[in-house]
Design a protein around this ligand. Structure first.
Ligand code: UD1
Ligand code: CA
Length: 422
């Protein structure tokens, strides 16, 4: 099946009050646009994606080119409406035959499962044009779905709607699936004689109906999935919604989460069964946590963290870009960054991997091999390696590699001044 996607991301996002493009704002270290592109790719059905860019086009293009091989950006300037935006892709898809799905770049909660169900519905109905709809108690600002019997007959924007149409609670979710070669001619015929003076994408529906094509609407099951971001408030709300879904998935998979209200887990974190997550844990970015681990309370995993089974990461421990093998403990007040740590290692309280050189701006690696013991309050100045079963005395600053089974310490000898207090 050959499907292409078009993702609309040219709009300004004024209400974000930001110099950054709206779609490059992040939730758990991943951009809004990244969520949409990942969901589209996870369907396993999409060949290429075309991201329509306009405002801050340069930074969005850079992001897409750097991160997505099967996506490219297409410039829309000026931005004359959603229909005009899609028409920018017409030259790219001149000879394409097959389905195109259209989504927005600012709806990070959309899931691959929903997109797949939507495409399946489109296929079952032998539809030429399918719109995703949602039922809202308060449909204000959305385009309203006008049906004729079962079939979709038009979408009317809020600003163009009659009072009677405004009372319709079924709205346009802004996701479309179309048989490209059949709908493509519509894009050269769109008019902007409406309340907003824009070329509306939604006008392709009445066009298709007039052409005698098969048009349908698919009702979304979970309205949260089309939650669109227009402000920093929306960004915070979306983060909460996403977190709640992620936590539910892990609970269903057998992860024990003590306090769902203070636990934050990014969508791209895998966690094995019987791992326990204690309160006030923040896990961002992409991570893989094994089975029977204990994380927190008050732990921070910052991404690119791999924890094998039975690892303990305790309170006030931060881990970034590191691999920690099975049954290793870092239970208190520690920073582990750019490190590779073996199994059965004990990392004492207050241990720091000093991975960053402020002057060269370089980050270096720390390696700690199986069975080593790192005494409390030690600093491992990277690059450095601690060998198998080596022991580091408490308070040591390790700047040279430590051999297997050796004891290394930089502690000043303890002095005793008798009767000093007297
Ligand atoms: C649009 C729909 C509306 C639907 C709603 C769902 C139209 C005419 N209306 O309205 O029926 O209920 O989405 O959220 O399509 N964009 C561009 N170029 C443009 C204009 C917009 O790329 O010239 C992008 C925006 O960045 C945004 C998306 O298209 O990601 C939607 O645009 P927006 O103006 O927010 O559409 P709505 O008015 O909300
Ligand atoms: Ca608009």
């Amino acid at each position: 099946m050959s499907i292409n996607s078009i993702i609309l991301a040219a709009g300004k996002g004024t209400r974000m009050k930001s110099e950054k493009s709206k779609v490059l704002h992040e939730i758990f270290g991943k951009t809004l646009l990244g969520y949409v592109l990942d969901a589209v790719n996870k369907t396993g059905k999409i060949d290429n994606s075309y991201v329509i860019v306009g405002h801050q086009a340069e930074s969005v293009t850079e992001f897409v080119e750097k991160n997505y091989e099967n996506a490219k950006t297409v410039l829309q300037s000026p931005q004359l409406g959603t229909g005009h935006a899609v028409s920018m892709v017409c030259p790219e898809l001149e000879n394409f035959k097959g389905e195109v799905i259209i989504l927005c770049g600012d709806t990070p909660l959309i899931s691959a499962e929903t997109i797949n169900k939507f495409i399946d519905f489109h296929k079952e109905k032998k539809s030429d044009l399918t719109v995703m709809s949602a039922i809202f108690d308060n449909p204000t600002n959305y385009g309203r779905i006008i049906r004729k019997g079962e079939n979709l007959s038009a979408i009317v924007e809020e600003k163009d709607a009659t009072l009677e149409q405004k009372s319709i609670k079924e709205v346009n979710a802004g996701i479309y699936c179309l048989v490209w070669e059949k709908i493509k001619p519509a894009f050269s015929q769109l008019k902007s004689n409406n309340a907003q003076g824009e070329y509306y994408l939604t006008d392709i529906i009445s066009w298709a109906v007039q052409e005698g094509l098969n048009t349908n609407a698919y009702i979304l099951e979970d309205n949260e999935e089309i939650f669109g971001i227009n402000s920093k408030t929306h960004l915070a709300q979306a983060t909460k919604m996403m977190n709640r879904k992620t936590i539910q998935k892990h609970l269903d998979n057998g992860v024990q989460i003590v306090d769902i209200d203070t636990t934050w887990i990014s969508q791209d974190t895998e966690i094995g069964a019987d791992t326990m997550i204690f309160p006030n844990v923040y896990i961002t970015g992409k991570n893989k946590i094994g089975k029977n681990c204990k994380i927190g309370p008050f732990a921070h995993l910052r991404g690119d963290v791999i924890l094998e089974d039975g690892v303990k990461i305790g309170n006030f421990v931060e881990v970034k870009k590191s691999k920690i093998k099975s049954n290793t403990n870092a239970c208190h007040l520690t920073y582990i960054g750019d490190s590779e740590i073996g199994s059965g290692v004990n990392i004492g309280a207050g241990t720091i991997t000093a991975n960053y050189n402020h002057f060269t701006k370089e980050k270096k690696n720390t390696i700690i091999e199986d069975g080593a013991s790192i005494g409390s309050n030690s600093v491992l100045v990277a690059p450095v390696k601690v060998g198998k079963s080596a022991s580091i005395g408490a308070g040591t600053v390790v700047t040279k590699d430590v051999n297997d089974k050796a004891l290394s310490l930089t502690r000043a000898p303890q002095r005793m001044i008798e009767n000093y207090v007297k």
